[in-house]
Ligand binder design. Structure first.
Ligand SMILES: Nc1ncnc2c1ncn2[C@@H]1O[C@H](COP(=O)(O)OP(=O)(O)O)[C@@H](O)[C@H]1O
Ligand SMILES: C=C(OP(=O)(O)O)C(=O)O
Length: 490
């Protein structure tokens, strides 16, 4: 019966962007830039209200009927878009939403690719933003997501990408990753120009976008190419397909990220839950509407982008981790340890997650809150890919060292480290206490102020790391299908 949502309502099909903006005009907050700004009722993803269903029970069938009847007389918009650009790996997505919520259809249309070519839908999303109960129902086997009671665009966007990542793992032999992508064209230690592809992982607020869009002030013939900032599809061949035509960035970092500023105030930006003053000024740093202000921006307005979004070869991963007890960077020992750190998904809670719990440790498999089920399957797939391709994996600490009031590892320090990773110019040494390599020397940087042994003392730090590694091993025991292969590496 769920299919009826996509066939039996009265639809306006694939309206033009300009028509969608017109239809959403009633929701716009006027501003001096004349760009669309909307304030939604729900301002972040409803993770606690997200349910996964593998069969349609009589209760769900009744819910479908009730919802269908309630919305039957409404006018609807149907948006057909592509996730991904390569004919070899794209996903056709059907999205329906009542026409009162044209702003959501507007953002979805802007964010994704035109549906070139004939193709049956791979992904179905039906949004009922004004249903009185909030429930996000995910049906992995049907490739269908039903959004009840949320008008936050991120819920609709991630419904599509969450399902695409699942299909990638279950049906296409690869793995969907919560990671941005970029290409470095840099001189290595021998002075030769090399091209290195990077995937940048991290939970919300840990610097994925900051690192993904940065130019590192490289000068031609050196340079970067910015590909994606959120979701990538890694294949067993070691290449990675991008997913989004444009970016849906958090606007709290716009003021400190010059690469994003123009794009966020351009005529083709769409802002969500960003503050507008009574005089019509847009203020990204004013969090009174939400700490989760967002913008769909034209990716091509970010310097160093091109039309391509796919990464031909992945050479290294960055696991962004915001912690208070590890050095600014570490190099993992090999595929088993990389798979272990992927399963650990270690970080601390940032203000993007919950401003009242900043600093608490958290672990999310794959640094990815969008894995639907069987996380070990993702870990095993990654292990397999890393075992067959020489991909180096680095832990990048974008937090502080020495506790909540400790020494801040600034974006400048992190960006210099990442540049040197790309060049291959860091001198590494194995550290017994951490169980992986840490830098002895990073050209152009003095990392001595971040030395944990100076901050904590030799004995105390050794004990702290021993406790952490024991805790990691204990945590990983919940993944028995992978544990035996990775336990020695921790
Ligand atoms: N060492 C660091 N590396 C990267 N970002 C940092 C660092 N320290 C602080 N930040 C700040 O943290 C925020 C990270 O936000 P963002 O890059 O949007 O994260 P994400 O894309 O992972 O959600 C930015 O405001 C950035 O300036
Ligand atoms: C859209 C979301 O995902 P991300 O933070 O990865 O952009 C979200 O979590 O609301």
């Amino acid at each position: 019966m769920w299919e009826k949502f996509f066939t039996d309502f009265s639809f306006m099909e694939n309206p033009e962007l300009s028509d969608l903006r017109q239809m959403a005009k009633k929701d716009e907050i006027p501003n001096r830039y004349g760009i669309p700004v909307y304030h939604s009722k729900i301002k972040s993803r409803s993770a606690k209200f997200t349910e996964y269903h593998y069969e349609i029970t009589p209760d769900l069938e009744t819910l479908f009927q009730e919802v269908f009847q309630h919305y039957q007389s409404r006018k609807w918009i149907k948006v057909e878009r592509n996730i991904g650009q390569s004919p070899e790996n794209l996903f056709r997505q059907l999205y329906i939403v009542p026409s009162e919520y044209a702003r959501l259809a507007f953002m979805m249309t802007h964010n994704n690719f035109d549906p070139v070519g004939q193709k049956d839908p791979d992904i179905y999303i039906a949004a009922f933003p004004d249903w009185p109960d909030r429930r996000i129902l995910v049906f992995p086997n049907l490739h269908f997501t039903m959004i009840l009671g949320s008008d936050y665009y991120g819920e609709s966007k991630m419904a599509g990408l969450r399902m695409a990542m699942h299909i990638m793992r279950e049906e296409r032999g690869g793995i969907g990753l919560h990671a941005g992508s970029k290409i470095y064209r840099v001189k290595n230690a021998q002075g030769q120009l090399t091209e290195r592809g990077a995937l940048i992982f991290g939970l919300s607020g840990t610097g994925k976008t900051t690192i993904s869009v940065n130019s590192h002030n490289l000068v031609a013939p050196e340079g970067v190419e910015i590909l994606q900032d959120d979701i990538n599809m890694l294949t067993t061949k070691g290449n990675s397909y991008g997913t989004e035509k444009n970016f849906y960035v958090k606007t709290d970092s716009v003021s400190s990220t010059p690469e994003l500023q123009d794009a966020c105030l351009a005529e083709d930006a769409i802002l969500e839950n960003v503050y507008v003053s009574p005089e019509g000024e847009i203020d990204f740093d004013n969090m009174s509407i939400s700490t989760n202000g967002r913008a769909v921006i034209n990716r091509r307005r970010i310097p160093n982008t091109s039309d391509r979004i796919d990464l031909p070869q992945v050479n290294f991963f960055l696991f962004n981790t915001r912690r208070y007890d590890i050095p600014p960077v570490g190099k993992l020992t090999g595929p088993a340890q990389a798979a272990a750190f992927f399963m650990l998904g270690e970080s601390t809670i940032t203000s993007a997650d919950d401003p009242t719990r900043v600093g608490e440790t958290t672990r999310v498999v794959g640094f990815d809150p969008f894995i639907i089920n069987k996380p070990e399957k993702s870990g095993n797939r990654l292990y397999e890919i890393l075992s067959n391709h020489p991909i180096d994996v680095y832990i990048v600490n974008t937090g502080k060292i020495g506790g909540l009031d400790g020494i801040k590892i600034t974006p400048e320090v992190t960006l210099k480290i990442v540049e040197n990773i790309a060049r291959g110019t860091i001198k590494w040494q194995y550290n017994e206490d951490l169980g992986y390599e840490i830098p002895v020397e990073v050209p152009g940087l003095d990392l001595s102020q971040f030395d944990p042994y100076k901050i904590y003392g030799k004995e105390e730090y050794k004990n702290m790391m021993e406790a952490l590694r024991n805790d990691r091993r204990k945590h990983l025991q919940q993944f028995p299908d992978l544990y035996d292969q990775i336990k020695e590496s921790i």
